[in-house]
Design a binder for this molecule. Structure first.
Ligand SMILES: *[C@@H]1O[C@H](CO)[C@@H](O)[C@H](O)[C@H]1NC(C)=O
Ligand SMILES: *[C@@H]1O[C@H](CO)[C@@H](O)[C@H](O)[C@H]1NC(C)=O
Ligand SMILES: *[C@@H]1O[C@H](CO)[C@@H](O)[C@H](O)[C@H]1NC(C)=O
Length: 475
């Protein structure tokens, strides 16, 4: 009688139809769930609010435990009004870092990173920084260019990682650092490409006449020309290069040419597996846009909403952000459904709101999952289960106060791993990403060594990589 559909029974459809199917299921799920709520007769259930008129792109479902009207339980909680802004690490630091018992101690030897001195048009120039004279980098001891604001910030990893490398040259010691910049590329573990590809996509994708091509496209073409001409690239075929492409649409042209490199991505949703995959690449968190819930003294009982979901793009306007903040901070669980990409910043907003994420995204790849057990603080639900009548609600209701509290405590411990800041601190997002890169280094070395096996007898080719090999015979 169970109307279970599994992959075997329906065959395995091609990627594209899977994607369509999945979006359909997601949509269906949202609606079916809405009706589940409407038809639930439990006295325990309440409050679903759809707010189409006041904020057309906001879709909120909240299930209450109690019958009271409690849409704004944290009315007094007002630390939320500002959107996430660049911090210098002072005001926004997460509270619990000293009490964290974590096994993610910095690596014994810092990762040695060679960074190309690329023209500012590839990095800080995109943020409006005017290089004085011939300088390539801003003097970060005197002033730090700001990253583009608003929702651009969620993909700002390029900014934080680059600043961290620049700072490593100014700090007296390498203590507390996971990565240091080296000037001699022969001594480097990896080669870092400081192209701010996300801001390039976000801000420079429009074609401005008389030009026929967008700056974003021009820069990518220039980048490919530049990189493939470098001795460092030729030496390794690009395998030891680190390229940031956090916005899912960034590097759209260059990715198929530079794919031997290690990408730092938000997810693999828009990449063919030959170009990007979990073995070669690193998944980095979004920078959360909801502010940290500092001094969160809430409890299972004091969070009135059972499950919170905010769909679509709550972004841009401060009002949507305020509502989302209030919603997440006053809910026990926060729903994460795969949107147009498998990942979204909603997950990281939930984490810093200490709202237990319920993840319905079968293909999601999570940051640092090789060292971090997400099941300690997230609930994972298969999409095929989530569409079953009342499955989700029953599952969530089945998680009692003790279990919830354990997960909530763990959230408060792990949130530091998702914090981008400058200067970086031990085990924050910046350093966790460097550590993830460092863990890939042995595999890269092996790949390079393998590719060099025949270099002695291979007289015609110098350095091994005149042309970029095709993905098929690369591995
Ligand atoms: C760079 O490092 C390599 C290997 O340690 C060394 O042989 C070379 O002389 C160095 N180059 C410079 C310019 O210091
Ligand atoms: C929910 O109901 C319980 C028991 O009736 C009560 O103790 C609690 O304060 C209520 N919570 C809210 C937010 O109304
Ligand atoms: C690759 O070769 C280098 C020497 O060029 C050696 O030090 C290293 O151990 C080798 N790595 C692997 C994984 O074989």
């Amino acid at each position: 009688m169970a109307e279970r559909i599994n992959a075997q029974s329906i065959g395995f459809p091609p990627r594209k139809s899977l994607l369509i199917l999945f979006s359909m299921i997601s949509t269906l799920f949202v609606f079916s769930w809405f009706f589940v709520l409407r038809s639930a007769s439990s006295p325990n259930f309440i409050e679903n609010s759809l707010l189409p008129s006041s904020s057309p792109r906001l879709f909120v479902i909240a299930v209450d435990n109690n019958n009271s009207d409690s849409r704004d339980p944290n009315e007094a909680e007002s630390s939320v009004t500002n959107r996430a802004i660049l911090s210098n690490g002072d005001e926004e630091s997460s509270q619990d870092s000293s009490s964290v018992n974590c096994k993610y101690e910095g690596i014994a030897k810092p990762l040695k990173v060679f960074m190309y001195d690329m023209s500012p048009e590839f990095h800080f120039g995109l943020l409006g920084w005017n290089a004085p004279g011939k300088s390539v980098w801003p003097d970060i001891r005197t002033s730090i260019p700001r990253y583009a604001g608003g929702m651009n910030l969620q993909h700002s990893i390029e900014y934080w990682l680059t600043l961290d490398l620049l700072l490593s040259e100014h700090s007296d010691s390498s203590r507390g650092r996971t990565a240091i910049r080296v000037r001699n590329s022969s001594e480097a573990d990896v080669v870092f490409v400081p192209f701010f590809s996300s801001v390039s996509y976000n801000r420079f994708s429009r074609v401005k006449p008389p030009s026929k091509t967008s700056t974003n496209k021009i820069l990518q073409a220039k980048l490919v020309t530049f990189l493939t001409a470098q001795k460092e690239w030729k030496r390794s075929g690009g395998r030891d290069h680190v390229i940031m492409a956090h916005h899912p649409n960034s590097m759209l042209d260059a990715r198929t040419k530079l794919w031997p490199a290690m990408f730092i991505l938000a997810d693999f949703g828009r990449y063919p597996p030959t170009v990007a995959n979990v073995d070669k690449d690193v998944i980095a968190p979004y920078k959360h846009v909801i502010r940290n819930f500092i001094q969160d003294s809430s409890s299972y009982d004091s969070r009135p909403t059972l499950v919170y979901f905010q769909g679509a793009i709550y972004r841009k306007d401060g009002d949507g952000l305020r509502k989302a903040t209030r919603g997440m901070q006053s809910s026990k669980f926060c729903l994460n459904i795969a949107g147009d990409t498998p990942s979204s910043n909603r997950l990281f907003d939930a984490i810093v709101s200490h709202c237990i994420p319920v993840i319905i995204s079968d293909n999601i790849e999570l940051p640092y999952e090789d060292v971090l057990d997400y099941s300690e603080f997230c609930v994972f639900v298969r999409a095929s289960d989530a569409v079953k009548d009342k499955f989700l609600l029953n599952l969530i209701r089945g998680i009692g106060k003790d279990e919830w509290t354990r997960m909530w405590r763990r959230l408060k411990e792990v949130e530091q791993f998702f914090e981008y800041q400058f200067p970086s601190k031990p085990n924050d997002a910046v350093q966790m990403i460097w550590q993830a890169v460092a863990r890939k280094v042995p595999a890269i070395t092996m790949k390079i060594n393998k590719s060099m096996r025949h270099s002695r007898s291979n007289v015609r080719r110098e350095g091994g990589t005149k042309s970029i090999p095709s993905p098929r015979n690369f591995w």
